[in-house]
Ligand binder design. Sequence first.
Ligand code: FDA
Length: 584
Amino acid sequence: MADITTDVLIIGTGPAGSATAALLSTYGVENMVINRYRWLANTPRAHITNQRAMEVLRDLGRAVEDEVYLYGTDQDLMGENVFCTSLAGEEIGRMRSWGKHPLSRAEHLLSSPTHMNDCPQTYMEPVLFKTACSRGTQARMSTEYLRHEQDADGVTTTCLDRLTGKEITIRSKYFVGADGGNSKVAEYAGLEFEGKMGVGGSMNILFKADLSKYVAHRPSVLYWVLQPGSNVGGIGMGLVRMIRPWNEWLIVWGYDINGPEPEVDEAFAKKVARDLVGDPDLDVEITSVSTWTVNNMYATTLSNGRVFCMGDAIHRHPPSNGLGSNTSIQDAFNLAWKLAMVVRGQAGTRLLDSYQVERAPIAKQIVTRANKSIEEFGPIFKGLGLLDSIDPVKMQQNMDARCDDTADAEAQRTAIREAIAYKVYEFDAHGVEMNQRYRSEAIVTDGQAEPAFEKDAELHYQPTTWPGARLPHVWVFGPNGEKVSTLDLAGHGRFSLLTGIGGKGWNEAARAVGEELGIEISVQTIGPRQQWEDYAGDWARARETRDSGAVLVRPDHHVAWRSETIPDKPVDELRRVLTSILDR
Ligand code: FDA
């Protein structure tokens, strides 16, 4: 007999675990989340919060979304990505990032009702955790997961209560391992992985110093400093990363993973900070120092029976592209509604299989992209002549040569410019963030071919209602002129049908099939004198169906199915699709 019972037990209160708990509680599913520590993240870690993650927060409620904007640094202060010899020294080049370029910003504005921002994990986690607990999640801190066993009916988990030193058992129907990059759950569940851990070493130095005079005129979250000879035998690239503008900072400084882990004392940390800023007298307060490893590993199996893993537990990669916590929150959005429907008996367990089918390719994609982004610094080093010598004096001369009035120097300048511009794949890869398309049994395409990407799929988001893709965002207008995103019409833990004039039959179909299956299907009609007006014709252009057709959207905003026009028997069609998706 277990000490405690719950429907879903979640290990970890990071972005993945807290988001899962918040979503499950919002959907009305009993859940418990545990964390081995007494509180949430104590260092900022992830910052970049992309539009897709913000859409999940918006789905949790406008107040939740707004709280993240309140704490996050605004997108306008994020994007002048600088390459320099020190913050006080010479600027080598700049890349407008994170939607700063006007063309990129236009794509952001057209893609989502939300906007990117820079919210440190120390602020994001409390928002998610508070949302979860205030909506019903039972949270148990200072509780460490030790092991679990599953049988036909559920999972029994043994934890250590770190306050009493005693073991406790928790019985749950389902079990979520959101316990980070060293996941014990993934290990005990026997998940399979590809790739390698520990391919590089880095240290984080957190400090407080007012750097306004060096940065406020070129606001950015990232300042890349190239100082030949400033570390032993290396290029000497350090990153000065904004935490709060412009007086809290994080330095990322590499170390040789093949050597011993460096001991970083306060004097060393201050020296690195002053060197990278380029001000030997800088008034600097070191607040924390830690080391971490660069990983290149993703799971190929994400679940085992009633046990599901998510977040860093299944994708382990460097911070490049800022995908870590974003993808973790999106994993949660994919799994939570499926768990809710299965726990409530509205879906068969086969629906849960689609979690792995849909999210494993994303885990692989983001780990690969983040590691490739590190390699793509190579051409910048090459362009600056930093790879041609290990002598710091010669390296500096090579860098200086780019300013000469010679054909070679002009070629060098071109190479540097192009190499910096190529970093768009790390710093403005809107397609990586937004183009996720699922292929699984929880999607019904009826054989419709996937539309090919017309532009680079890593850089540009391409909206489509092809089943599996995320529902395109456009603004539509309510009876009082209120502006609402199509994404707002969907989500919220239920299926939605978006239709137009001539689609009245979908109302009856949604009512009949919803009643039969015991689920809520909301119908939203868009068109002249309908529930929602499409004055600018944006939905008519985006929907890829006729007026009487319909787009069926899953609770996680992904299109489940679409119909070009209303069929003769819409009830039969909707029943066919939903019984297939829900394994009924
Ligand atoms: P996360 O690691 O956040 O949370 C795991 C949770 O599980 C924690 O609450 C932990 O206490 C708990 N836990 C672990 N084992 C347990 C056990 N046995 N029992 C109970 N609880 C247990 N990403 C990014 O996008 N940009 C960035 O700049 C950075 N920078 C960065 C710096 C540092 C130092 C780190 C460590 C990480 C980053 N990251 C990052 C990565 C980012 O922080 C990461 O992708 C997300 O936190 C992943 O969220 P998860 O919820 O999956 O795991």
